[in-house]
Design a protein around this ligand. Structure first.
Ligand SMILES: NC(=O)c1ccc[n+]([C@@H]2O[C@H](COP(=O)([O-])OP(=O)(O)OC[C@H]3O[C@@H](n4cnc5c(N)ncnc54)[C@H](O)[C@@H]3O)[C@@H](O)[C@H]2O)c1
Ligand SMILES: N[C@H](C(=O)O)[C@H](O)COP(=O)(O)O
Length: 332
């Protein structure tokens, strides 16, 4: 089977993304990496880290030791590590969309992204709630965010919303679409037959039979009953405070949390370094780091590249599993 070509996008150029990409370019992978980035910021990060980096040339292939293929998306103003410039919001988004276009056109077989600073993009005048939403709108698909590490997979019914907006956003339609996308991806991308999904309640103690909130009774339970009728193996709604107890978690292929901070603190606590963020439902595999821009570390050389490395490995396996004629295997 051919090695997949993966689009690698550092994300916010003033964050740790460029230096983590430079570290990735020192290693050999089972994929060819094509950088969609500001080449000057990458070269500056390499100089700063004292790592080799060859000037990109059109005929170059990626190889360990800093040789890389570049789709150059120059930043509007010089990059200063640790200080995002709103003027660079457009080029940060343009790099993500150029990589998405390469994936949609089949020139790349997957996308790996570093962290993006949501406030910097919005301060630059571009409405942006996250890269998952950007890529979903660009592809015209409904997409589900799922984070995974060796201990667990956690998908989210709602993502980057103010907490006060969550109950209203949690409609039967949204929940049903989310569960269908999650169920299909666990089968197609992760080769799990008849996956078991734990669905959390929204309220404390899953609403305590309606005494602590009615979303479980009015929204979640009817959707679960409907989808169970189609044969999906769904447990819940479970009280979130005990759903992650190891003995329970071991029975689930994935947990669906109702909102961002219901599920992600548990996952990130259990393994920040090895966790990755996978977009389910896109026409191509997209995997991101689980951490943010770490502006406090940018330029220090102390940022841990483990999540980016795990994202490259996961995306390589997902791309290989989707390749024509691929045998089915468990990719992550
Ligand atoms: N994948 C993404 O695009 C992504 C993910 C999460 C947060 N963000 C964004 O990043 C920005 C900053 O978010 P935050 O401060 O809440 O989270 P953060 O992950 O940037 O930082 C939280 C803490 O973790 C540390 N940390 C993060 N990455 C690290 C690494 N690779 N190695 C060592 N330590 C690391 C930081 O130094 C900090 O102490 C926000 O705009 C947020 O929305 C983006
Ligand atoms: N919710 C993600 C996390 O906590 O890791 C993160 O903010 C990035 O999401 P996007 O890939 O949609 O930007």
């Amino acid at each position: 089977m051919q090695r997949p070509r993966l689009a690698l996008v550092p994300g916010e150029p003033a964050g740790v993304g460029p230096e983590l990409c430079v570290r990735a370019l020192q290693r050999s992978w089972d994929a060819d990496l094509v950088l969609f980035a500001d080449g000057a910021a990458l070269l500056a990060a390499a100089r700063h880290l004292g790592l080799p980096m060859q000037r990109p040339a059109p005929d170059r292939v990626s190889a360990p030791g800093g040789s890389f293929v570049l789709h150059d998306v120059p930043a509007a103003v010089a990059v200063s590590p640790g200080v995002p410039a709103p003027a660079n919001a457009a080029s940060t988004v343009a790099a993500l969309l150029a990589a998405a276009d390469a994936c949609l056109a089949g020139r790349c077989q997957g996308m790996v992204t570093g962290p993006v600073h949501k406030a910097a993009i919005n301060d630059g005048g571009i409405a942006y709630t996250g890269t998952t939403g950007l890529l979903a709108a660009h592809a015209g698909r409904d997409v589900v965010m799922m984070l995974a590490n060796p201990a667990m997979r956690v998908a989210l019914a709602t993502v980057h919303l103010p907490l006060r907006d969550v109950p209203e956003a949690l409609t039967p339609g949204l929940l049903e679409d989310t569960l269908r996308i999650l169920h299909a991806a666990l089968g197609k991308d992760f080769a799990i037959g008849d996956p078991v999904v734990a669905v959390l309640g929204l309220n404390p103690h899953a609403g305590e039979d309606g005494h602590l909130g009615r979303e479980e009774i009015d929204i979640i339970i009817p959707v679960l009953e409907r989808l169970r009728g189609e044969g999906m193996h769904l447990e819940g709604p479970l009280p979130a405070d005990t759903a992650f107890l190891p003995a329970k978690l071991a029975r689930f292929d994935a947990v669906l949390a109702m909102y961002h901070d219901q599920g992600l603190p548990v996952l990130k606590h259990a393994g920040f370094e090895q966790a990755v963020n996978i977009s389910l439902g896109l026409p191509y595999p997209r995997v991101a780091v689980d951490h943010g821009t770490a502006l406090d570390l940018a330029g220090s050389g102390r940022a841990d590249p483990s999540s980016l490395f795990a994202a490259i490995e996961t995306c390589t396996r997902l791309a290989a599993a989707r390749a024509p004629g691929a045998s089915r295997h468990e990719p992550a």
